[in-house]
Design a protein around this ligand. Structure first.
Ligand SMILES: [Zn+2]
Length: 103
């Protein structure tokens, strides 16, 4: 799994699917922030706060996505001593694409 981008224009880059590399079928389905044990998630249905074990001392930012080739997952960002670590976790594909901006 590789989180990567492709140049689109002078000022823009496109996020590639970490699983297949496709850059024109990516949909953001959620944004979450885990701070302490509170995980705040924003989806097209609204905002929720759930409890989750935090393996770090800091904050983790999650970006949930769905790819039109049937892939789904979370790209997440961890921070430690001035460095940002980017990781990826595959998830089962949802039945429907539910972009974060749809309601
Ligand atoms: Zn894909």
């Amino acid at each position: 799994m590789k989180v990567d981008f492709v140049k689109h224009s002078l000022d823009e880059t496109l996020l590639k699917c970490p699983q297949c590399g496709f850059e024109h079928g990516m949909h953001i389905v959620s944004v979450s922030v885990l701070r302490g044990s509170d995980k705040t998630t924003v989806t097209s249905k609204g905002t929720s706060v759930t409890q989750e074990k935090n393996p770090t001392r800091g904050v983790i930012v999650f970006l949930g996505y769905h790819c039109e080739d049937g892939h789904a997952g979370e790209i997440f960002f961890k921070f430690h001593k001035g460095s940002v670590y980017v990781e990826h976790k595959s998830l089962p594909p949802p039945k429907d694409i539910d972009d974060i901006w749809r309601s």
